[in-house]
Write a protein that binds this ligand. Structure first.
Ligand SMILES: C[S@@+](CC[C@H](N)C(=O)[O-])C[C@H]1O[C@@H](n2cnc3c(N)ncnc32)[C@H](O)[C@@H]1O
Length: 242
């Protein structure tokens, strides 16, 4: 579980794997609704007028492209050169740039209005070190948005497989952990919100066979309410400001 393995991941997944990441969220019909619901929540939390955005751990850049489509000036940052090369070859927009860099050691200072982690902070070994680095690239008053898989992610089937095959880091990054690290790193106005992808599944996923009862409104509403408060600590989006 080293940074070397994070750098190598994209060269190990082959062209089919890279194409899958480039065409997200549409290449992943099973998770399309959940991925779009995360993006919808991030857009609702972001400033509504165009700002300068850092997309941290952007991979091959589909989320960066979404922010750019909304008019923001975006820098996608990733430690993997093959991912950045793929992003540069695929997404061409005046307001979109990709940079190969470790998010723990970024060279920018006081540059960005918003920094976003989407499914990437949980790849760090030391979230306090990473968030101190993010603090330094934000303008005073700048905002951070963290949308990560939470409690249990490290033990999921896909994480166990990714650790075994690619040796990448797959940790739990629940709001309770990122909030603590944000505080240690100097951030203020720290808030958490229930995980949109999970709320989406609870409300809209179509169950079949013996779980069909869950398709009805009453159990969905009850589950959604119960999950919302549980998720604020264990699964969710966290925001804070510099
Ligand atoms: C699960 S992928 C998520 C990619 C993209 N954000 C998405 O939502 O599809 C995690 C990404 O974090 C990147 N990453 C891991 N450690 C990093 C580091 N120290 N600095 C920058 N990027 C890193 C990996 O290369 C990978 O592209």
């Amino acid at each position: 579980m080293t940074k070397k393995d994070e750098k190598l991941y994209f060269s190990k997944i082959g062209q089919t794997g890279v194409d899958f990441t480039l065409n997200k969220p549409f290449s992943d019909p099973e998770n399309l609704g959940s991925l779009l619901s995360d993006m919808a929540a991030i857009f609702s939390l972001m400033p509504k007028t165009p700002v300068e955005v850092a997309d941290l751990g952007c991979g091959s850049g589909w989320t960066s492209n979404f922010y750019a489509l909304a008019g923001h000036k975006v820098t996608g940052i990733d430690i993997s050169k093959p991912a950045i090369d793929a992003a540069n070859g695929f997404f061409k927009r005046e307001n979109l740039t990709f940079v190969c860099s470790d998010f723990d050691k970024m060279k920018f200072r006081d540059k960005f209005d918003v920094a976003i982690f989407s499914d990437s902070l949980h790849h760090t070994d030391d979230e306090s070190e990473t968030l101190k680095s993010v603090y330094s690239i934000l303008k005073p008053g700048g905002m951070i948005i963290i949308c990560e898989p939470g409690t249990g992610h490290s033990k999921s089937v896909s994480s166990i497989e990714a650790k075994k095959i690619y040796s990448v880091t797959e940790r739990d990054m629940p709001p309770k952990l990122s909030k603590k690290a944000l505080k240690n790193s100097g951030f203020k106005n720290i808030k958490s919100y229930a995980h949109p992808a999970r709320l989406h599944r609870v409300n809209y996923k179509q169950f079949s066979n013996n779980k069909k009862i869950l398709n009805h409104t009453v159990p969905r509403t009850a589950l959604s309410l119960a999950f919302s408060s549980f998720m604020k600590n264990n699964h969710g989006i966290v925001t804070a400001s510099k």
